[in-house]
Design a protein around this ligand. Structure first.
Ligand code: HEC
Length: 122
């Protein structure tokens, strides 16, 4: 019995290494194709910087603070894509009231993903 278990876990380990390797590869491909000027233009059109001003004076954290919060978290791109499409409740700085987050207006998910990648790279 124990030998079967050790074979299984060895296989699992090999699989894990494979999966992690592909994630790293995908990650580097994504940052390679990042279009920073398109991302910033989309953010500007949607008034994102009104609240997420880079100086921190808006009611929401600057994108570089969010990038630090999500650094190394594999689920971040999916989570933030969903955030921008579904308007979850958020709390503004210095406020106890919840408001719905703005839903992004974009041509398609690829444009939103590009913006998310840009945010995470700040
Ligand atoms: C009316 C103000 C406002 C506007 C406009 C706005 N946001 Fe936000 N955003 C917020 C607030 C408030 C939060 C919550 C901050 C917190 O929880 O500390 C937030 C959170 C976020 C988060 C983090 C979500 C999470 O779960 O951690 C991201 C990413 C984000 N906004 C991106 C954007 C983008 C991109 C735009 C433009 C399409 C945008 N925001 C426009 C106020 C705004």
């Amino acid at each position: 019995m124990s030998s079967i278990f050790s074979i299984r876990s060895a296989t699992t380990r090999t699989l894990m290494v494979g999966v992690l390797g592909s994630v790293a590869l995908l990650g580097s491909t994504a940052s390679w194709s990042l279009d920073a000027s398109a991302a910033e233009a989309l953010a500007r059109r949607n008034n994102c910087f009104k609240c997420h001003s880079s100086s921190g004076s808006g009611e929401a954290p600057p994108f570089k603070v969010l990038a630090a919060k999500y650094k190394g978290k594999a689920e971040a791109p999916d989570h933030l894509l969903k955030h921008l499409k579904t308007a979850p409740k958020v709390k503004a700085k210095d406020s106890e009231d919840e408001e719905e987050h703005l839903i992004i207006k974009a041509k398609d998910d690829a444009d939103i993903s590009n913006l998310v990648a840009w945010i995470l790279a700040q």
